[in-house]
Design a protein around this ligand. Structure first.
Ligand SMILES: *[C@@H]1O[C@H](CO)[C@@H](O)[C@H](O)[C@H]1NC(C)=O
Ligand SMILES: *[C@@H]1O[C@H](CO)[C@@H](O)[C@H](O)[C@H]1NC(C)=O
Ligand SMILES: *[C@@H]1O[C@H](CO)[C@@H](O)[C@H](O)[C@H]1NC(C)=O
Ligand SMILES: *[C@@H]1O[C@H](CO)[C@@H](O)[C@H](O)[C@H]1NC(C)=O
Ligand SMILES: *[C@@H]1O[C@H](CO)[C@@H](O)[C@H](O)[C@H]1NC(C)=O
Ligand SMILES: *[C@@H]1O[C@H](CO)[C@@H](O)[C@H](O)[C@H]1NC(C)=O
Ligand SMILES: [Zn+2]
Length: 327
């Protein structure tokens, strides 16, 4: 094999591993949302959640909050894929349940907001009539609901139909050479050792959806949190008791005393998608510090809101208090 050919193979190998490595961060956002939620659970919620969690969770909801992403590619779970997002008409920057909540075959309610209503209803029916036979797998219902409340807070999960929520927009995510060793965090997790050559700038193509699912969080961990997710979660929790404390009751509340209210969350997300995700990110753009630094506060706030609202929803579901105290 000629040396240039060998070099080419080496490049392809490193790039492939790099991209796979980058994507292994998908769990971090969901873990964060669920971890924040746990600290806002009422006593009854703690007990109910503990009872429903699978053994593999070891008592920690956050550890199974990515489960719906892990299974969605298996054929028997393929029907769940449309439940992770909702597409809205291009450039309208708004969301309407009846218009938008369907899958590509126009089956109504098959989208992330419909799924949140669905799994809330399943958990409610069991919580209200504990003596009737339950036809649903409530362990799955809890894991789906916890995951989808996270998903709906990621702006591009309520993106445009035309680009599949940023999935078909390819951008370049820039990584300075000096940051290279940080990339290996993910590989250590995979127990892989990768040697990084210095002849390449680590800017590579990826769908914009992945920038918002993974890369902004990953870069934040490297830049501000010493690669430690617990440190980032701590920072968000500190903000919740300081800067954001006045907003928390508003984030928790549901109109008309509903148990779950995903529709306003979806409207917020498409708004943020238009204002921040799509802006200055046309296909082929290299997204660097400008983009990262201005979008990170949005991502952090959405993770915190997702956590607060997941806790509020589960507290309403599992609370034994009368649902309409006023009546
Ligand atoms: C509701 O949940 C059930 C059980 O997982 C599932 O079969 C059904 O497709 C779900 N529907 C929606 C709209 O999420
Ligand atoms: C409920 O779902 C979980 C996760 O899919 C599964 O492990 C468990 O066996 C199911 N329980 C029942 C009673 O089917
Ligand atoms: C890497 O980036 C630097 C500065 O952005 C540039 O000067 C250099 O030519 C790039 N190297 C390669 C191999 O693209
Ligand atoms: C960053 O994390 C490493 C362990 O991963 C630790 O040894 C180091 O002290 C930490 N640095 C700071 C500033 O906390
Ligand atoms: C919502 O609940 C509160 C008390 O929990 C009650 O005072 C109020 O009237 C209710 N609002 C609606 C629209 O049901
Ligand atoms: C905390 O809140 C302030 C004010 O909203 C914001 O600027 C900052 O980015 C937040 N920090 C974190 C870690 O979210
Ligand atoms: Zn998802």
């Amino acid at each position: 094999m000629s040396s240039s050919l060998r070099q080419w193979f080496a490049r392809v190998l490193v790039l492939t591993q790099l991209i796979n490595g980058a994507l292994c961060w998908g769990k971090e956002g969901h873990y964060t949302v669920c971890k924040i939620a746990e600290s806002y659970f009422e006593e009854e919620t703690v007990a109910a959640v503990k009872k429903l969690l699978p053994k593999s969770a070891d008592g920690d909801l956050a550890s199974v909050c990515s489960w719906p992403d892990e299974i969605k590619h298996h054929w028997q779970w393929r029907w769940t894929s449309p439940l992770h997002y909702v597409d809205t008409p291009d450039y309208r920057c708004n969301y309407e349940y009846c218009r938008d909540c369907h899958d590509t075959h126009k089956n109504q309610d098959r989208c992330v907001t419909g799924a949140i209503f669905n799994y809330t209803m399943q958990l409610m029916s069991a919580s209200e009539n504990s003596d009737t036979i339950v036809h649903y797998n409530l362990t799955e219902a809890l894991m789906f609901l916890s995951h989808f409340i996270g998903d709906i807070h990621q702006p591009l999960h309520v993106g445009f139909l035309g680009d599949e929520g940023g999935n078909t927009i390819t951008v370049r995510w820039y990584r300075r050479k000096t940051n290279l060793h940080h990339v290996s965090v993910c590989y250590r997790m995979l127990k892989e050792k990768v040697i990084f050559p210095d002849w390449i700038n680590y800017s590579y193509d990826l769908p914009m959806m992945k920038v918002w699912d993974n890369m902004i969080i990953e870069s934040a961990l490297k830049t501000y949190y010493n690669k430690s997710l617990p440190l980032m979660i701590e920072a968000l929790q500190a903000n919740l008791t300081n800067d954001w404390s006045n907003d928390v009751p508003l984030w928790e509340s549901c109109q008309l005393n509903q148990t779950a209210c995903p529709n306003p969350y979806a409207s917020e997300s498409i708004n943020l998608a238009c204002k921040y995700a799509y802006r200055n990110a046309t296909p082929g753009t290299t997204l660097g510090d400008d983009y990262f630094l201005s979008r990170l506060p949005i991502v952090e706030k959405r993770l915190a809101q997702g956590g607060i609202r997941l806790a509020a929803t589960l507290n309403r579901i599992f609370s034994s208090k009368p649902k309409h105290a006023g009546s």
